[in-house]
Design a protein around this ligand. Structure first.
Ligand code: OAD
Length: 252
């Protein structure tokens, strides 16, 4: 472990490891906080992305209809930023947890669009807000993995010449239905639900915590601060996920 841990945090880590150790099925919901230690900016709070931009200008279908070049410049900056980032020990700990549990016992639900869970080796990953690495045609719905390659401000579909858009979910849009259904199933059938690095204010994702709880799961939260989800958590671990998650996995 890199960062100093208080005796209380140590105790909570032991508790979390006991809950995880006896769980038959685990689901985890991650947010921008898990990638913060990789250098990816979070959304809310000081230095967050939404401090420099208004959601309505860059992350809604109306914004894209009004000024697609502005929206693409915002996403192209974020895509370019991904070229240099790597998964951190928090991402790797979740991949190790999945390996340890084996197939069918671990589902990772992420709101992140940075692809770092897959890069860390996680296999069952539900990207409920899509991914920055893919583009989608607004005309024929063709999708393609363009990773972090440079794209123009107004990229067009090679097949039908309509505008491409980032394959992410914007505000006022529905989540991809199949992926969302699988996320709900995972939350409702797990006996331990991890909530990691998310402010838990954006729905429907945040509703998964309550859904898991109502179905009997024990809730473990990992965050730097208390959040809207904290009142539902059985264990709240206040510390950086890049230190806390490896510490839990080491104790299993
Ligand atoms: P937020 O920026 O709202 O919250 C990030 C959370 O991570 C905060 O609660 C921080 O305290 C916590 N955090 C920061 N660094 C951390 C660390 N090293 N270890 C643990 N926790 C840490 O990001 P999200 O909750 O992911 O949606 O935001 C949810 C959605 O709102 C995003 O998917 C995005 C956004 O607008 C869309 O764009 C549709």
């Amino acid at each position: 472990m890199d960062s100093p841990m208080t005796p209380d945090l140590h105790q909570q880590i032991e508790r979390a490891a006991r809950i995880i150790g006896r769980a038959k099925k685990i689901a985890a919901l991650t947010g921008a906080g898990i990638s913060a230690e990789s250098g990816v900016p979070t959304f809310r709070g000081a230095g967050g992305l939404w401090e420099g931009y208004r959601v309505e200008d860059v992350a809604t279908p109306a914004a894209f209809a009004r000024d697609p070049a502005l929206v693409w410049r915002f996403y192209n900056l974020r895509r370019a930023g991904l070229a240099a980032v790597r998964p951190n020990p928090g991402h790797h700990a979740l991949a190790a947890l999945e390996d340890r549990l084996g197939q069918g016992r671990f589902t990772l639900i992420t709101q992140n669009v940075d692809g770092l869970h897959r890069a860390a080796g996680s296999r069952r990953v539900l990207e409920i807000h899509g991914t920055l690495r893919r583009v989608r045609c607004t005309g024929c719905a063709w999708t393609a993995d363009r990773a972090t390659e440079a794209l123009p401000d107004l990229p067009r579909c090679g097949a039908c010449h309509e505008l491409l858009r980032p394959d992410v979910v914007w505000f006022n849009e529905l989540l991809p239905p199949d992926t969302w259904q699988q996320a709900e199933d995972a939350a409702q059938t797990c006996d331990c639900f991890l909530v990691i690095g998310t402010s838990a204010v954006v729905y429907p994702a945040a509703g998964l915590v309550e859904s898991a709880r109502l179905n009997g799961a024990e809730i473990i939260e990992v965050n730097l601060t208390a959040t809207r989800a904290s009142s539902q958590a059985d264990v709240t671990l206040l510390g950086p996920s890049g230190s806390v998650l490896p510490a839990i996995v080491q104790r299993l």
